[in-house]
Design a protein around this ligand. Structure first.
Ligand SMILES: Nc1nc2c(c(=O)[nH]1)N[C@H]1C(S)=C(S)[C@@H](COP(=O)(O)OP(=O)(O)OC[C@H]3O[C@@H](n4cnc5c(=O)[nH]c(N)nc54)[C@H](O)[C@@H]3O)O[C@H]1N2
Ligand SMILES: Nc1nc2c(c(=O)[nH]1)N[C@H]1C(S)=C(S)[C@@H](COP(=O)(O)OP(=O)(O)OC[C@H]3O[C@@H](n4cnc5c(=O)[nH]c(N)nc54)[C@H](O)[C@@H]3O)O[C@H]1N2
Ligand code: SF4
Ligand SMILES: [Mo]
Length: 880
């Protein structure tokens, strides 16, 4: 069975098959986005098909009820609020992880029948600035490029994208493009040296948030050098005023603003100017900014002015984050658009009235995500239905979001998991079908529509999101418009709407799919929109002729006044905190957190900082630190690395209260947002940092059903089926703290008696129940050895002693996991390097690391650089 990966916007094809051992995933060789590749997250998908933690049936006010009763409650309570306070008192908050069919129904119900614009989505935190940028420049939210372009490009710019970790399969295609064409030049623009810098010929570690200046300077350089494309000029509007706005941005001034050497800036500008086939791939480092839309337009300006768009290997290519971020943009998931990429105009509202046969279609945009939760906090919006997203973790100003959800009269959450930071606030919990159970379509970064197919029965009473929405619509009295029995019916309606009175005016048109039978929809092969009379098989590349979607057919340059972060660092808040993703985790960890091997690369929340800053603030490697902003604080582990520029921190966005105490970074992030797109500035928060002292730190291994007693800091790390490891930090005597965890029937084996050094193993009938190691700093333990002992208790007294010591007596520890696919650790790799494995290929041959998904190749290369013996370095230098 073929389906599509539910993680990132690359949208890889997955092939799934079952045998006696269970489900197996592999890459779908035929899928155009991935041609058989999968990254480590995709490759671990079968391990997420487990019932652990699932929400299995509807809950109303904490009680299990039938679906009928839950849906009645949703409808009655929404109806009551709408009657008393009007339709704008209710809202939906949806997600780029819904299927297009789900998303279409949610939007239709809110904007078409409840009659409010109040449906927004987590894509507001993600793609909103890119949408605004494209619409302002091209007249439509139409991504011009496709992955095929990688193979044709002469220069590829990665701006604010760590694709090596966040779009790994697309990144592998970049690696391949470079192998096939060594002349390809790659420029990475990122304040930190990310894993993607592995491929960079030029890395520009610019000052946080200064990209607007860099790209304005580029436009100025292009204009000065006469690099404007003469064929494109008649198709461009607002050129003089845009060039005038860029005129002051000499490379000298850019160098000052971006804090970069002038020659590096000029090297970038020269590369961009000298080649026609230039692709700029951008992501959250650009979008998540208080001036994100203008940064997107600054990129678009440079491409349009120099005619680098619409041809193989060239164009402004915004990478989408979620599997169906693009689908959400198609159906109108954003509060400021209607459906089928229509804007809020009276004509469009009217068009929808006719198409949906409703007289209630919204005529005003609704509240955007951050504004929506602020309105909930003020009590203006009284009900919210959250579907497929975890805003208590992912929205900025997390403490205010929690307060808002706390006071909200009616919180409905449909999710696949029972316990999330958001579901803690739910009055009504609805169990949704998960990947593998749900059935529909998604659209990836390159506009490729592909199918997510169901291949397993739903857990418990889980139902599709579209079905819940349609059931509630029927109870609200809109039955006729929501009477679908199958998702293909919804897809056909969505496809028909995209062509309805379109006449070539709206880029999004898949009317060619409006007649698919249910079977044809089921078999639908991946294809790129538009799909219509002109392009019956879809279309990979847009704007191959310079006709754009503004009424005059021209593209618009947009004058940009570069702005830095909304709030600069200061004496009280001296460090700029950046946030983002790690390789093996997905967002709030509800799925990837279940898979032990995905928690081996990084198992705890951390802050990466430069060693000079560590010295200044008295922070040693691996210490626990407290980070504080004007909005909140967190506790996390310190990693010292020269990949950070001094004065900047990087903290992953993933950890939350299900996995860690005080590890939610969004409690610190300010709610500042771009005035055009409403997208928050998740990448730049001024903060301060200090060591956080505890009397002891511990490692605790437990059988899963036990939770640790009250402790100042904890972090939960599932290590194997039914066994969890906790990192702990607390005050007082660890022996006293541990007392509350012990049962009288256990036999205890103990070592150490000083306050901060204490080991204990608890046994019951020959099985280990608990293992505890405490020390003044983080105890050094061989976690794989201890976890294994829970499953296979050690037989010899020597190995029981080793267990109490927490370390293997014989053999070497593996160290931090680098290759998650084959579980290969750093120490194994460095040992192999020292013994002469001096290339990724040699390491792969010896240890298998890097031979499956390839996500760890940048790290392998770095380890080779660091650990290769001197003489060997010279050899590898010559061979290059
Ligand atoms: N492993 C993994 N992959 C994912 C996801 C995941 O959760 N885990 N999520 C998916 C989603 S929804 C999204 S949106 C994408 C996000 O994909 P990316 O945008 O690639 O990921 P981030 O880590 O958020 O940020 C990218 C980079 O922006 C840099 N940056 C920060 N500030 C600036 C700046 O001022 N200028 C520039 N030029 N760069 C800056 C950061 O240092 C970081 O390296 O990833 C998708 N893929
Ligand atoms: N500081 C900081 N914050 C950020 C970001 C950042 O870079 N830095 N990035 C932002 C970005 S780009 C994004 S996209 C967001 C992501 O943030 P969220 O959307 O909040 O994160 P997820 O963990 O993906 O949440 C998805 C939820 O939906 C559930 N779910 C999964 N499948 C289904 C389904 O089919 N139906 C239903 N009903 N539920 C389902 C999951 O269990 C989970 O609870 O975070 C944003 N927040
Ligand atoms: S790159 Fe990885 S996470 Fe993204 S779609 Fe492909 S397999 Fe899934
Ligand atoms: Mo995202």
């Amino acid at each position: 069975m073929k389906t599509t990966c539910p993680y990132c916007g690359v949208g890889c094809g997955v092939e799934i098959r079952a045998d006696a051992q269970g489900w197996h995933v592999s890459g779908d060789l035929q899928h155009p986005a991935s041609a058989g590749r999968l990254c480590v997250k995709g490759a671990a998908l079968a391990e997420t098909l487990i019932p652990a933690g699932r929400l299995l049936w509807p809950l109303v006010d904490g009680r299990r009820v039938s679906w009928q009763s839950a849906l009645d409650s949703v409808a009655e309570r929404l109806q009551k609020i709408i009657q008393q306070h009007g339709p704008d008192a209710v809202a939906f908050y949806a997600s780029g992880q819904l299927l297009t069919e789900d998303y279409y129904v949610a939007n239709k119900l809110m904007k078409g029948f409840i009659g409010s614009g109040n449906i927004d989505t987590n894509s507001r935190l993600c793609m909103a600035s890119a949408v605004t940028g494209y619409k302002r420049a091209l007249g439509a939210d139409a991504v011009p490029c496709c992955y095929e372009d990688f193979a044709h490009a002469e220069v590829i710019v990665l701006a604010g994208s760590n694709a090596a970790w966040t779009h790994p399969v697309a990144y592998q295609r970049l690696v391949q493009a470079k192998q096939q064409n060594p002349a390809l030049r790659v420029v990475v623009i990122d304040p930190r040296r990310s894993a993607s810098c592995d491929l960079a010929d030029l890395h520009l570690p610019l000052a946080p948030g200064s990209d607007g200046a860099l790209f304005n300077g580029l436009l100025h350089w292009l204009a000065q050098g006469g690099y404007g494309d003469s064929a494109m000029q008649p198709h461009l509007a607002q050129v003089p005023e845009t060039l005038a706005a860029a005129a002051g941005w000499t490379s000298e001034r850019v160098a000052q603003t971006c804090q970069l050497p002038q020659q590096d800036i000029q090297a970038f500008y020269r590369l961009f100017a000298a080649h026609q086939r230039v692709l700029t791939l951008w992501c959250m480092g650009i979008n998540q900014s208080s001036s994100g839309s203008d940064k997107c337009n600054a990129i678009l300006n440079a491409h349009l002015f120099s005619g680098k768009i619409g041809q193989p290997g060239s164009g402004p290519f915004s990478l989408t984050g979620q599997p169906n971020a693009m689908g959400g943009r198609e159906v109108g998931g954003l509060a400021n658009q209607l459906a089928a990429q229509m804007d809020f105009t009276p004509e469009n509202s009217d068009r929808l009235k006719r198409f949906w046969q409703s007289d209630r279609v919204a005529t005003q945009p609704g509240l955007k995500a951050v504004d929506l939760f602020q309105a909930i906090g003020r009590g203006e919006v009284k009900a919210v239905w959250i579907m497929g997203t975890n805003p208590a973790v992912s929205l900025p100003d997390g403490n205010a979001v929690a307060q808002a959800l706390q006071r909200c009269e009616l919180v409905i959450v449909s999710d696949v998991m029972r316990a999330t930071d958001t579901s803690a606030f739910a009055d009504i919990l609805l169990p949704a079908q998960a990947w593998g159970e749900k059935n529909g379509t998604v659209t990836n970064s390159e506009r490729c529509i592909s199918r997510q197919r169901a291949f397993i029965p739903p857990q418990g009473e889980a139902r599709p999101d579209w079905w819940m929405l349609a059931q509630v619509a029927q109870r609200l009295g809109y039955g006729a418009a929501f009477s679908w029995q199958h998702p293909a019916e919804i897809f056909r309606e969505h496809a028909a709407l995209s062509g309805f009175e379109n006449h070539g005016r709206r880029a999004f048109d898949i009317s060619g799919l409006a007649q698919l039978s249910n079977n044809e929809w089921d078999d639908l092969q991946p294809l790129q929109w538009p799909v219509n009379g002109d392009y019956p098989q879809g279309c990979a590349r847009l704007f191959t002729t310079p006709r754009f979607y503004h009424p005059d057919g021209k593209a618009r340059l947009l004058p940009v006044t570069p702005a830095g972060p909304r709030v600069a660092v200061s004496r009280s808040w001296p460090l700029m905190m950046n946030t983002g993703r790690i390789r093996d985790q997905w967002h709030t960890m509800t799925r990837t957190g279940l898979v032990p091997r995905l928690l081996q690369h990084y198992s705890e929340p951390f802050v990466a900082l430069h060693p000079d800053d560590a010295l200044r603030y008295g922070i040693w490697p691996d210490a626990l630190v407290r980070i504080q902003s004007r909005h909140g604080w967190m506790l996390t582990r310190a990693i010292l690395t020269e990949d950070q520029t001094p004065g900047t921190l990087f903290v992953p966005m993933h950890w939350n209260q299900q996995y860690c105490a005080e590890g939610n970074v969004d409690r610190l992030v300010a709610p500042w947002r771009c005035e055009h797109s409403g997208q928050p500035e998740s990448k730049q928060t001024p903060v301060r940092i200090q060591p956080w002292r505890s009397d002891w730190q511990g490692t605790l291994f437990l059988r899963d059903n036990v939770t640790p007693a009250a402790v100042n800091w904890w972090c939960r790390i599932p290590v194997a089926d039914g066994i969890a490891r906790f990192s702990l930090a607390h005050q007082g005597d660890p022996r006293r703290w541990l007392q509350t965890m012990l049962k009288p029937e256990w036999t205890l084996q103990q070592a150490g008696d000083e306050q901060a050094f204490y080991h204990l193993i608890a046994w019951e009938r020959g099985e280990i129940q608990l293992a505890f190691y405490a020390a003044a700093r983080r105890p050094v333990t061989d976690d794989a050895l201890i976890a294994a002992a829970f499953q296979q208790p050690p037989a010899s007294s020597e190995s029981r002693f080793a267990l109490l010591a927490g370390r293997a007596v014989l053999g070497e520890a593996r160290g931090k996991t680098i290759c998650s696919c084959f579980g290969v650790g750093e120490q194994q790799i460095t040992a192999a390097i020292r013994q002469g494995a001096l290339s990724c290929a040699a390491l792969g041959q010896q240890l298998k690391c890097g031979t499956n998904c390839g996500s760890c190749l940048p790290e392998l290369k770095k380890l080779i650089e660091q650990h290769a013996p001197q003489q060997a370095e010279a050899v590898s230098g010559r061979s290059e």
